[in-house]
Write a protein that binds this ligand. Structure first.
Ligand code: ZN
Length: 136
C-alpha cells in the first residue's frame, strides 16, 4: 500500500485536526522492535494499532499484542477498507498507569457497504511498553 509520511495519520481521519503520519503513529511503527519510541498512553497504542491495521502492518500488531493473548499468526482482511477511528472513552491508561481501557468505534467499508466495529479494549504496560490484552 502506498502511503506517505506527510499524509494525515489514518487514526486521525475523522478528527478536525489531522497530524501527519510522521508526527503521529509512524514513529511507534518504526521503533517498536527497538523500543526507542513507545506510546505513552493506552490510547496512543490503540491509535497506532488501528493505523497498523489500515496500513497492513501485521508485524506491529503482533509486537504490540500481549504474549498471553497474541495469536501465532495474523492474516489481515484486505477486503476491509478502514475509514476512521473514533475514541469513545478511555479509562486509566495514562502515562503513569499500568492498565488502561479504551472504548472505540472503527469505521470501515466492505463491498460498498459501511460498517463499524465497536469494542472496549484493555491494555497493560510492562517494562514501559503498552500491550493490547483483550476485548471486554
Ligand atoms: Zn496516528
Amino acid at each position: 500500500m502506498e502511503f506517505h509520511a506527510s499524509s494525515p495519520c489514518p487514526c486521525r481521519a475523522l478528527d478536525a485536526e489531522k497530524p501527519a503520519y510522521s508526527r503521529c503513529c509512524q514513529p511507534f511503527h518504526e521503533h517498536r522492535a527497538s523500543g526507542e519510541v513507545l506510546p505513552d498512553t493506552a490510547e496512543q497504542l490503540m491509535r497506532s494499532r488501528y493505523s497498523a491495521f489500515v496500513l497492513g502492518l501485521a508485524g506491529y500488531l503482533l509486537l504490540s499484542w500481549h504474549e498471553t493473548t497474541r495469536p501465532a499468526d495474523l492474516q489481515l482482511d484486505g477486503e476491509l477498507h478502514w475509514e476512521g477511528l473514533q475514541i469513545v472513552k478511555t479509562r486509566s491508561g495514562g502515562a503513569q498507569a499500568v492498565r488502561g481501557v479504551v472504548e472505540f468505534i472503527a469505521h470501515y467499508a466492505q463491498d460498498g457497504q459501511r460498517g463499524s466495529q465497536h469494542e472496549v479494549s484493555t491494555f497493560v504496560r510492562e517494562n514501559g511498553a503498552w500491550f493490547y490484552l483483550d476485548a471486554l
